[in-house]
Ligand binder design. Structure first.
Ligand code: GDP
Length: 596
């Protein structure tokens, strides 16, 4: 049967194209904002890091009501290290809204998620937003979007996508790019007509696949997912089953059940097919679990959660500068915070080490871990981190296996040569290359995870910021041998914060920069793009030698001598010696000037 009173859609947008404003406006017009409720309470507000990096890190849910129909709107993650997880979110919905700025057009960052949506046969609605901008060029943007859909192998139905021309800011949408609308009705109506109502059998045995986990201090873990079949009831018993883990099976009781309503979760007594529900009270609930009928438990298959492939030690900052920059500096602070993160981040692993000063944190890639590091820094945590190391495994014969990734890269044609040569040096194998009419090339590589370490910054430099790279864990393969780097693009140093990874140096940046033995610092990192040495000021404190690559000793960062100020030349000399250097937050000062 169909649930004509529900529509489930995902929203895909490049940061700043107006997703938040649009959803706010839909909420406002659906009557959710009451007179005394602050409109400023934004639903899908991106956090600072998302804004800086142009990616969505957290998936958020909201629901708007139009007439008798509840429209669940789900934000899609665009995190490059979470390629595999986009799919899970998209499986909850029956259509997507692509929001595109009427001036900027479709941005490469949205291609990856869009490709996944197209592959899942979801219908697309394109909302060309900001048509009020004086420089808006909606007609051209329509052509560009259609070209993009063609390029990404959209089906005929998908190519027949409706276009809505909106000014989220002014609160209107229109079917005609040259006619100003009066309200959001055209968008609401298009969602209703173009996105199919969810289907299922409300009498069949229950199936709710948990797609996201939320966490709340008071109620603990909250599982969120769509009811595919059957009916879920408060106080009812259900079987918790996992498609990949038979041993997990257990009877649990649903203590609280919620549906989304505007900005909130509201408690409900029961929910049936098509509803997106949140369930609290099940302590052991995880992404990928299915809540089933106790008598007919049948788990819904799902794509396995990507394994962590990269680990770093998070280390208490015991430098003389400790506490001058942040509020939380103790081992206890660090430990509590890291373990708390596990409640919502399924791809993360945290382990104690043999010292209380350090914790081993494993994640999906450098970007994944650096987002965590940067978030913690902004919350006032002060700590050091070790060089990232990939997680190796042993095969049955005792041989070494290493993780490899599929890297999907979109770049303007003129940069593809540079990318191919860099990734080949890093032991990447080019599997596929397609050139599109719009002047971009898509490159698909299989590459050892370690070959991607430190690459993102170089990639952005090599493509002048115009490239996009997404990675998906592929599997473990026999170790491919040492990677040797040459030339300018040498693997350099690991900056823990956002800035260096992205080449955005500025005076406010803080972070701990580790440079490991034998590696040289080239322009682009410490020195800056133009290599102007005199503009850089670095304080370096000598630390104990870090055991190289494959071990992950936890006593890595014992400091031996107090920091001292070095000139850049000295610093470089130093770096080329066999020492591990730590440049502490207070002391890494790279003036913005060098960027100009
Ligand atoms: P998000 O990052 O996609 O969630 O984008 P926001 O909704 O935060 O919007 C980014 C910026 O674009 C904000 O400054 C908005 O005020 C502005 N904006 C959003 N929609 C419109 C629009 O329709 N017209 C104009 N001119 N600006 C808009």
């Amino acid at each position: 049967a169909k649930r004509n009173d529900i529509r489930n859609v995902a929203i895909i947008a490049h940061v700043d194209h107006g997703k938040t404003t649009l959803v706010d406006e839909l909420l406002k017009q659906s009557g959710v904002f009451r007179a005394n409720q602050e409109v400023a309470e934004r639903v899908m507000d991106s956090n600072d890091i998302e804004r800086e990096r142009g990616i969505t890190i957290l998936a958020k849910n909201t629901a708007v009501t139009y007439g008798d129909v509840k429209i669940n709107i789900i934000d899609t993650p665009g995190h490059a290290d979470f390629g595999g997880e986009v799919e899970r979110v998209l499986k909850m919905v029956d259509g997507v809204i692509l929001v595109v700025d009427a001036f900027e057009g479709a941005m490469p960052q949205t291609r990856f998620v869009l490709t996944k949506a197209l592959a899942l046969d979801l219908p697309v609605i394109c909302c060309v937003n900001k048509v009020d901008r004086p420089e808006a060029r909606p007609h051209e943007v329509v052509d560009e979007v259609l070209e993009l859909l063609l390029e990404l192998d959209a089906s005929e139905e998908q190519l027949d996508c409706p276009f809505i021309f909106a000014s989220a800011k002014a609160g209107y949408a229109s079917l005609d790019p040259d006619v100003k609308g009066t309200d959001m009705k055209p968008l609401f109506e298009t969602i209703l007509s173009h996105v199919p109502a969810p289907e299922g059998d409300s009498e069949a045995p229950l199936q709710v696949l948990i797609s996201t986990i939320d966490y709340n201090e008071y109620v603990g873990r909250i599982g969120i997912g769509k009811v595919s079949n059957g009916t879920i009831r408060v106080n009812g018993e259900v079987m918790l089953v996992n498609h990949h883990d038979e041993s997990k099976k257990q009877r649990v009781k649903v203590t609280k059940l919620y549906e989304f309503d505007g900005l909130n979760k509201v408690e409900v007594e029961s929910a049936t097919i098509g509803a997106i529900v949140a369930i609290s009270g099940i302590a052991d609930i995880h992404i990928g679990d299915t809540l089933c009928d106790v008598n007919n438990p049948e788990a819904i298959p799902f794509q396995k959660i990507s394994e962590p492939t990269l680990a770093m030690n998070f280390i208490v900052n015991d430098s003389p500068f400790a506490g001058t920059e942040g509020k939380f500096v103790t081992s206890r602070h660090l430990r509590d915070r890291l373990y708390r993160e596990l409640n919502t981040d399924v791809s993360l692993r945290v382990e104690d080490t043999n010292t209380t000063e350090a914790f081993k944190v494993s994640g999906r890639g450098e970007l994944h871990l650096s987002v965590l590091i940067e978030n913690m820094r902004r919350e006032g945590f002060e700590f050091a981190v070790s060089k990232p190391e990939v997680l190796y495994k042993e095969d049955e014969k005792g041989g070494t296996l290493e993780p490899v990734e599929q890297a999907i890269i979109d770049v303007p044609d003129e940069f593809s040569g540079a990318v191919i040569s860099k990734l080949s040096e890093r032991k990447g194998e080019l599997r596929n290359m397609t050139t599109n009419a719009s002047g971009t090339t898509r490159l698909e590589f299989i590459i050892p995870s370690r070959g991607l370490i430190g690459y993102r910054g170089e990639f952005l430099t090599d493509t002048k910021g115009n490239g996009v790279i997404n990675t998906i864990f592929e599997g473990y393969v026999p170790y491919k041998g040492e990677i040797s780097y040459r030339g300018q693009g040498s693997l350099i140093a690991y900056e823990t914060g956002v800035s260096v990874t992205y080449g955005l140096f500025n005076a406010q940046e803080r972070g701990t920069l580790f440079i490991s033995p034998g590696e040289k610092v080239y322009s682009g990192m410490i020195i800056g793009q133009n290599g102007k040495a005199e503009d850089v000021e670095v304080n370096v404190c000598k630390t104990k030698h870090l055991s190289n690559t494959r071990s992950s000793g936890s006593d890595d960062a014992l400091k031996l001598s107090p920091p001292r100020i070095l000139s850049l030349e000295q610093a470089i000399d130093f770096i080329e010696t066999d020492e591990l250097l730590e440049i502490t937050p207070k002391t890494l000062r790279i003036r913005k000037k060098i960027l100009d």
